[in-house]
Design a protein around this ligand. Sequence first.
Ligand code: ZN
Length: 409
Amino acid sequence: MIVGIDDTDSATRGMCTTYLAAVVAERISSFARVNDRLLVRLNPEVEHKTRGNAALALHVETDEAERLEDAVVEEVEDLAVFDDDKTNPGVAFLRGEPTEALADYARETVREYKTPEEARRVARENGVRVRGWKNGRGVVGATAAVGASRAFDDWTYELLVYRGRDEWGEKRRVEWDSFFDAHHATHPRTWDTVDEETGEVVAVPNTHGPVIYGLRGTFGGVWEANARVEVENAERVAVYRTNQGTDAHLADARASEIRDGGSYRVEGTVVEPPETRKGGHVFFTVKDDERLRCAAFEPTKRFRDTVRALREDDRVFVCGSVSDGTLKVEKLRVVSLNRTRRVKPTCCGRRMESAGRGQGYRCRADDCDGTAGSLVEERVERELDERWYEVPPSARRHLAKPLARHETV
Ligand code: ZN
């Protein structure tokens, strides 16, 4: 049996769907065996999203399916934050393996906007029983979560350590240096544990909820890192197989094909150089078959320096989600750099001057009659190289594949 759970989070009240799944897994352990736990990140651009837009799936073996379903429903009703307007829980149950149609639905839910009505139809046609609370939006993620194991080929892991309910809202008691030890011992098999350039511990959230910290990486990597982390008052630990860090949200596209709410990989030539605007946001425009406005917003911090170093005629791949027709860059690859500029020729140690419209250039020295017909090309030193650049760990979106994985996988 596969159990999908979605949208029990509350950004303001500190609940977290992964915690609920961990509690459910423990509760059912006396009569069911949990073989796999999936943390499925859905479309990062969905408007009504809960924090991180995540859904969970538990793959369970049991002879007591009805008892299991009752237990799941009870825990959702007990733990979900029903009085938060944005919390609209849903659960889904499937006996057996997901169909290909369900896998398609899961893949689409990462890249598109889906309605609860469509989720209910897909569920009905593919043997999935769903239940939604309040406005029912949670059936979208719950249905997608049930199909996820068949939908994706690339998986990473997240190890989450939780604290008990009486600790929520309290200061976390962690040994900050131990996260740097964990990072050094396991990177690139783990990523986004710390930001070495800023000295920040990224694995520890600022939220009031049950998560003390989360470690992302390979299965071996996250366990090895966890053995080095020192923390007090941990209540439980859970490891999820996840589509985080896989770029599952990105579709290859031409500039003319992009739509608001989607996430894309587009190749183009810089036609409008970067400009920093109010608030520290940096904008530039590339041209593919059409022009596409791109932005590196203030929270992307030092990544903006990379973007500011772009010049006209640089060739780039940009990756990111689109809203208001603007692609919010989360990663870019410099394909080729424009390393020349056209300048007036030099004579007698100085730049020549114009000899008049259409008449070329002449030397400025009185005793020289040097002339030239046209501008010449001069080499420009560039700060960038022809390679990938990414936002810092604190700005990384869950689905974005870190460069650490580009190198190791
Ligand atoms: Zn001269």
